[in-house]
Design a protein around this ligand. Structure first.
Ligand code: ZN
Length: 400
C-alpha cells in the first residue's frame, strides 16, 4: 500500500468549487427602488448571470459581498439597476425572503478582516474569474485554493471537448495517479475538469491544458487550513483495529473504488447525508491516533446522530462497496462517476448492495458506531480521484 496516511481515512470528496456553480431552476427577480433581486435557479452560474446582463462577474461578487462564485438554488443576488439589467424579469420576492443555503467550512478558522479579500473563509471558491485562451478555448480557473479543496477548470469553446488536462504539480505529492491526463466532462461547448488539492499541500497547484499541439499552463496559489494537531486517546480495543488482519483487504477494496473512472452519473445538486448537518469533527483535522504515532489527516466530516438515523446518498450513483471493515466499520461507497466517490463510515446497518444504482436521497444505511469510532456518528468522505475533499462544499450545490 503506497500510503501510510491511509491508515484511517478514505474517501473524502470535498469539492471546492472553483468555478461559477450552476444551481437549480426556479427563479425570479425583484425590483426595488435601487437594485433588482434575482433568485438563483437550476442551471445558473454566476458567470452567466453576470455576462447576460452585461456585467462583470467580479462586480456581481462585490455587489453581493461574496468571496466565491458558488451559488445555491434559491439564493438571491442583488443586481444593479440600469441599462445592464434591462433583461432581468420583474421582481417576485424581496432579497430577504429566501435565505441562501450556504455550506459552512467549520474546518477553516476565521481570518482577520484585514487580510486579503480572496483569502477569507472560502478562498477555494473564489475562482473561475481568471480566463486564458488556448486554441480558441477559454480556460477559467480558481484564483485561489485551500488545502483539501475540490475545484473545477472550466473550458469553453469549439474545441473544449478535445482538451487533455493534467495537474503537473501533483508529481512528487502524496497523491494517487499524479498528473493523470483527464478528459473534460460536459457538452454543448461548456466542459469541466474536476481537480483537487490534497491535504498537506500549500505549494501552488499547476495545471496544463493541451489541445493538439497548443498548451496552456497556469498556476493557482494554495493556502493552509491552519488547524492544530489533535491527539486522540483511544481505548486499546479501538486502536487494535488498526492492526487487524483484515486491514490490507479493507484498503484494497477502497483503493479499487478510488481507481474507478466511470461517466458522470449525477445531474442534480448534492444533498447532505443526514437531516442535521451539525459537525463533531471537521474535515482536514490533523490527528494522532496513537501516542507518538504519525500525524494523519481527517479526510472526512463527522456528523453526530443517534444509532439508527437514516443515512442518505448525497447524489445519484452506483454502490461499489457495502461491507463491514475493522476501521471504517459498516461502509458504503457510491461511485458518482467523473472520479467522484462518496463514502459513509461506521454504520450499524447497510441497506444497499454492491452493484445497486441509487438516487440522491435514497436511504443506504443507518448511523452507528462500528469500526474505529468512539460514539455514534456518520463519517462522510467525498473523494475526487481518491483524494479527500471538503464534503460540506457539495451540499445544496450542483457541482461542478
Ligand atoms: Zn471521521
Amino acid at each position: 500500500m503506497k500510503r501510510l496516511s491511509f491508515l484511517f481515512s478514505s474517501v473524502t470528496l470535498a469539492l471546492v468549487l472553483g468555478h461559477p456553480v450552476a444551481l437549480a431552476q426556479s427563479a425570479s427577480s425583484t425590483a426595488s427602488s435601487a437594485t433588482l433581486v434575482y433568485t438563483v435557479k437550476a442551471g445558473d452560474t454566476l458567470y452567466r448571470i453576470a455576462t447576460e446582463r452585461g456585467l462583470k462577474p467580479e462586480d456581481l461578487l462585490r455587489l453581493n459581498g461574496l468571496t466565491a462564485p458558488a451559488l445555491s438554488v434559491g439564493q438571491t443576488l442583488k443586481l444593479p439597476s440600469g441599462p445592464g439589467s434591462a433583461t432581468t424579469p420583474p421582481a417576485v420576492r424581496p432579497a430577504t425572503s429566501a435565505a441562501p443555503v450556504t455550506p459552512t467550512r467549520p474546518a477553516t478558522p476565521a481570518k482577520p478582516a484585514s487580510g486579503p479579500a480572496v483569502s477569507a473563509t472560502s478562498p477555494s471558491s473564489v475562482s473561475a474569474l481568471t480566463g486564458n485562451m488556448v486554441a480558441g478555448v477559454t480556460v477559467r480557473a480558481p484564483v485561489r485554493l485551500q488545502m483539501g479543496d475540490a475545484f473545477v477548470l472550466h473550458l469553453s469553446g469549439e474545441k473544449a471537448g478535445q482538451a487533455e488536462v493534467s495537474f503537473p504539480s501533483e508529481v512528487g505529492e502524496d497523491v494517487r495517479k499524479p498528473a493523470e491526463v483527464l478528459t473534460p466532462i460536459g457538452a454543448a461547448g461548456e466542459y469541466l475538469v474536476l481537480g483537487r488539492v490534497v491535504l498537506g499541500k500549500t505549494t501552488p497547484l499547476t495545471y496544463m491544458v493541451k489541445i493538439g499541439t497548443d498548451v496552456l499552463r497556469g498556476s493557482i496559489p494554495v493556502s493552509a487550513l491552519d488547524q492544530k494537531v489533535q491527539h486522540l486517546t483511544l481505548a486499546k480495543t479501538l486502536t487494535d483495529r488498526l492492526k487487524a488482519p483484515e486491514r490490507p483487504a479493507e484498503e484494497k477494496v477502497v483503493e479499487a473504488a478510488y481507481a474507478l473512472r466511470t461517466p458522470q452519473a449525477w445531474a442534480r445538486p448534492f444533498t447532505a447525508p443526514l437531516a442535521s448537518t451539525a459537525v463533531s469533527s471537521s474535515f482536514g483535522q490533523p490527528r494522532t491516533y496513537l501516542a507518538g504515532g504519525p500525524v494523519l489527516y481527517h479526510y472526512g466530516m463527522d456528523f453526530p446522530a443517534a444509532v439508527g438515523t437514516p443515512v442518505r446518498a448525497v447524489n445519484d450513483g452506483k454502490v461499489v462497496i457495502a461491507a463491514t471493515f475493522p476501521v471504517r466499520g459498516g461502509l458504503v461507497a457510491i461511485d458518482h462517476g467523473a472520479g467522484l466517490v462518496s463514502l459513509y463510515f461506521h454504520q450499524s446497518k447497510l441497506l444497499v448492495k454492491v452493484g445497486q444504482t441509487v438516487r440522491r436521497g435514497d436511504v443506504i444505511g443507518r448511523v452507528g458506531t462500528t469500526g474505529l469510532s468512539a460514539g455514534p456518528h456518520l463519517h462522510l468522505e467525498m473523494r475526487v480521484r481518491g483524494e479527500g475533499t471538503l464534503p460540506s462544499e457539495y451540499f445544496n450545490r450542483l457541482w461542478p
